[in-house]
Design a protein around this ligand. Structure first.
Ligand SMILES: NC(=O)c1ccc[n+]([C@@H]2O[C@H](COP(=O)([O-])OP(=O)(O)OC[C@H]3O[C@@H](n4cnc5c(N)ncnc54)[C@H](OP(=O)(O)O)[C@@H]3O)[C@@H](O)[C@H]2O)c1
Length: 237
């Protein structure tokens, strides 16, 4: 498997999973476009990598704004000449309230983070991937999308919407050489608690390294016939 010189867009690059995948892809020689809203956090991430300047581009962009998102795609394509991989790793969570208690703002926040950002990146980036005749799209969802729990309604509704969006995309990409897949995770175990402080609750969490390994497979040549998959990384719970 080689990702050498692949042009990879990572949204949510400064997040827990985004920064892990950024490091993995940098080691593998990919050309990186790192997206986020906070210039200082992007700068710190870029500075922490040993990647020559010509192989990396930071884009400060609010993915809730469709024209800013399109402009970022144009800038990345102009800089690297193409866009081949889209890792959409923007997250966010709200919960702890029943549907009766939740506010409209709670639902709007979740739909913004999971559905609207996904819609905007698909509209802005997919035409570039299709133009290559080769591409990979990966988003990260949750078991709650299909099996919601009490007091997680806005999150579950939004993740279900994001899954429907990605699965629709996978159908529309058939025959283009571009695949679109989902990885499902219960909780990203940033502190490696399931190893250091194991409990029945954290047994089904996934470390960033476990998630990276699954996503790197989906980006590979070898996964070219995997399209529209929802890869569950949470065991049973
Ligand atoms: N964390 C978990 O336990 C968990 C569980 C299941 C699924 N997931 C999914 O896994 C993926 C990665 O999760 P994560 O916890 O690493 O994500 P995260 O830290 O919540 O978000 C990643 C980054 O996205 C950026 N972002 C947020 N809104 C944005 C916007 N409107 N425009 C541009 N950038 C924006 C933020 O960076 P800036 O503030 O710098 O812009 C944030 O640091 C997400 O899709 C998440 O839903 C996570």
């Amino acid at each position: 498997m080689t990702l050498q010189n692949r042009v990879v867009v990572i949204t949510g690059a400064t997040g827990g999973l985004g920064s892990q995948l950024t490091r993995e892809l940098a080691i593998r020689g990919a050309q990186l476009a790192l997206l986020g809203r906070d210039a200082a956090r992007l700068e710190a991430l870029t500075a922490s990598l040993s990647v020559p300047k010509e192989r990396i581009l930071s884009c400060v962009v609010d993915l809730l704004d469709p024209s800013e998102t399109r402009r970022a795609a144009q800038d990345i394509a102009a800089r690297f000449g193409r866009i081949e991989i889209l890792l959409h790793l923007v997250g966010g969570w709200t919960g702890g309230k029943t549907l009766v208690e939740a506010s409209a703002d709670d639902l709007t926040f979740m739909l913004n983070q999971h559905v609207w950002t996904s819609f905007h990146v698909v509209q802005a980036f997919i035409p570039y991937l299709v133009k290559n005749g080769w591409g990979r799209v990966v988003m990260v969802s949750s078991p709650y999308a299909a099996r919601p729990r009490a007091k997680s309604g806005p999150y579950a509704i939004a993740k279900a919407g994001q899954e429907a969006l990605l699965l629709t995309l996978s159908q529309e990409l058939q025959g283009t050489g571009v695949t679109a897949n989902l990885v499902q995770v219960k909780t990203i175990d940033l502190q490696r608690e399931k190893v250091n402080l194991p409990t029945p609750q954290n047994a089904f969490w996934s470390t960033p390294e476990e998630l990276s390994a699954a996503i790197l497979y989906l980006l590979s040549e070898e996964a070219g016939s995997v399209n529209g998959a929802r890869l569950p990384l949470y065991g049973s719970y």
